[in-house]
Design a protein around this ligand. Structure first.
Ligand code: THU
Length: 160
């Protein structure tokens, strides 16, 4: 028997003005995407922006549906665009932001479990970690150096 302790190193910035120019630019793109979210049911708007090695920035936002489970999260809309349009280009960073029409979102909103799993496929595929930054509408931003650090004990193709 042994005890293990898996840590997720992260930097927490107080607000967007503390971000580097590149990170702020990507977060601004995520905000732009968030503003176009289609979330009439939850009224919770999420935007995602992915920076690729070729300098392209791919956006995504949540797309809801009257049949609730048929909707999709912002992160998966964005990552699947990358997977389908830029299959051989490496991902450098992902920025995520969320706001709500019901209340001020003032704490960092991390990607949901299903999105972490979907995103992990692409980090493993490219054999190189990508940075993940996430925030609410205002306030702190969490930055991690890899997606997999947000998903310990993840399921991957080595189990198949
Ligand atoms: N949502 C995302 O877009 N990303 C997440 O990681 C968590 C949740 C969306 C799904 C749904 O449209 C709304 O937020 C409320 O759950």
């Amino acid at each position: 028997m042994k005890k293990i302790n898996i840590a997720t190193p992260a930097i927490v910035f107080s607000n967007v003005s503390e971000l580097s120019v590149a990170d702020k630019l990507l977060m601004d793109k995520a905000i732009e995407a968030r503003k176009k979210a289609y979330a009439p049911y939850s009224k919770f708007n999420v935007g995602a922006a992915i920076l690729l090695e070729n300098n392209e920035i791919i956006l995504g936002n949540n797309q809801e549906n009257a049949a609730y489970p048929s909707g999709m999260c912002a992160e998966r809309v964005a990552i699947w665009r990358v997977g389908s349009e830029f299959p051989d280009v490496k991902i450098l960073k992902l920025a995520i932001t969320a706001s709500s029409l019901i209340k001020k979102v003032d704490k960092p909103i991390g990607p949901c479990g299903a999105c972490r799993q979907s995103l992990s496929e692409y980090e493993i595929k490219q054999k190189q970690p990508f940075q993940v930054l996430f925030m609410g509408e205002v306030g702190e931003i969490v930055k991690t150096e890899s997606l997999l650090s947000l998903l310990p004990f993840s399921f991957d193709s080595s189990y198949l």
